[in-house]
Design a protein around this ligand. Structure first.
Ligand code: GLU
Length: 281
C-alpha cells in the first residue's frame, strides 16, 4: 500500500499545475490524502479552500477524509519545535529582511544556496542574555535551525527519489533555515515534514522546484526521529514562454477552463502531455 497526498495552499484558485500535481499523486497512491496548507493566515481564505474541494471533485478526484488542515494543528508544530529547542538546535532570530540584506551586502563572499544568499548568522552569534532581554521586551523573532550543529548530529543522510534514484542530502546548502516564522509559529519545512509523518504518507510527490527542499525535510526526519518516505519529484507545467505556471502571473485557473467548456478529461490530457514536454522535467 502506498499513501500519497496533494497539499495545496488555499491562497488562490487551482490552475493546471495544481491539477498535474494532484493527478500525479493520485496515480501513485493506493491511499490518497488531501491536506490544506494554510499556515499563512494572512493569505489563506476559506473560499479558496472550498473551491479546492470543488475543483478536485470536478476533476474526478476523491480523497480520504478527514482532510488535515494545518492551521488546526499548531500544537503539533509547537511540540516538534519544543523538542528541537530542548536539543539545543534552535535559536531566536530578531533580524528584519533589511538587516539581513545589509549584512549580506557587507560581505561580498556571502555563501549562496538554492534560494539565494544564506542567512549570515547574525543572531546565531547574539549574546544569550541580550536575546533573552529582547524576548522579554516582546521583540518579534523567528526560530532558526543551527544547521552546522544539526548536520553534525544527524551525520550523512540520503533519500530516494523514484525518478532520480539515491540522493545525497545537502541540507547545509540552505544555511540556518527558519523553522518558525515571526508571524506564524511554524514554517513550510517543519509542517510539511511533520504532517507527512503523522499522516503516514510514504511517497511524497511534489514539483521539482522543491527538489532541494527535500534535503531539509530529510534532516528534520533524522532530528525528530520521523518515518522516512520515498519521494517522487515531477516536472512543472510551463506556459508557452517556458515559465512555470503561477497564480500571481495569471495562469488560467481550473474554474476558468471549466467555464470555457474544457472537460475534466481534457484537463487530464493537458496535464499529462505537459509532464512529457521537453523542459518540463
Ligand atoms: N503546499 C506546498 C505548495 O503548495 C506543497 C507541499 C509539498 O508538497 O511540499 O507548494
Amino acid at each position: 500500500m502506498t499513501t500519497t497526498r496533494f497539499a495545496p495552499s488555499p491562497n488562490g484558485h487551482l490552475h493546471l499545475g495544481h491539477a498535474h500535481a494532484a493527478l500525479f499523486a493520485r496515480a501513485r497512491g493506493t491511499r490518497f490524502l488531501l491536506r490544506i496548507e494554510d499556515i499563512d493566515r494572512g493569505r489563506a481564505r476559506p473560499a479558496f479552500e472550498a473551491a479546492i474541494f470543488e475543483d478536485l471533485a470536478w476533476l474526478g478526484l476523491d480523497w480520504e477524509r478527514p482532510v488535515r488542515r494545518q492551521s488546526d494543528h499548531f500544537d503539533d508544530y509547537a511540540a516538534a519545535l519544543g523538542r528541537l529547542a530542548a536539543a539545543g538546535l534552535l535559536y531566536p532570530c530578531f533580524c528584519t529582511r533589511k538587516e539581513i540584506q545589509a549584512e549580506i551586502a557587507r560581505s561580498p563572499a556571502a555563501p549562496h544556496g538554492p534560494e539565494g544568499a544564506l542567512y549570515p548568522g547574525i543572531c546565531r552569534r547574539l549574546d544569550p542574555a541580550i536575546a533573552a532581554e529582547r524576548r522579554a521586551r516582546g521583540d518579534g523573532f523567528a526560530l532558526r535551525l543551527d544547521m552546522t550543529e544539526a548536520t553534525r548530529r544527524a551525520g550523512p543522510l540520503e533519500w530516494r527519489d523514484r525518478g532520480r534514484g539515491l540522493v545525497t542530502a545537502r541540507p547545509e546548502a540552505h544555511g540556518d533555515v527558519v523553522l518558525a516564522r515571526k508571524d506564524v509559529p511554524t514554517s513550510y519545512h517543519l509542517s510539511v515534514t511533520l504532517d507527512d509523518h503523522l499522516q503516514g504518507v510514504d511517497l511524497v510527490t511534489r514539483g521539482e522546484d522543491l527538489f532541494e527542499a527535500s534535503d531539509i525535510h530529510r534532516l528534520l526526519q533524522a532530528l525528530l526521529a520521523l518515518d522516512v518516505p520515498e519521494w517522487h519529484h515531477h516536472g512543472l507545467i510551463r506556459d508557452p514562454a517556458g515559465r512555470r505556471l503561477a497564480k500571481r502571473e495569471g495562469a488560467p485557473t481550473l474554474r476558468r477552463l471549466r467555464a470555457d467548456g474544457v472537460t475534466p478529461d481534457e484537463v487530464r490530457r493537458m496535464a499529462d502531455t505537459a509532464e512529457r514536454q521537453p523542459g518540463s522535467g
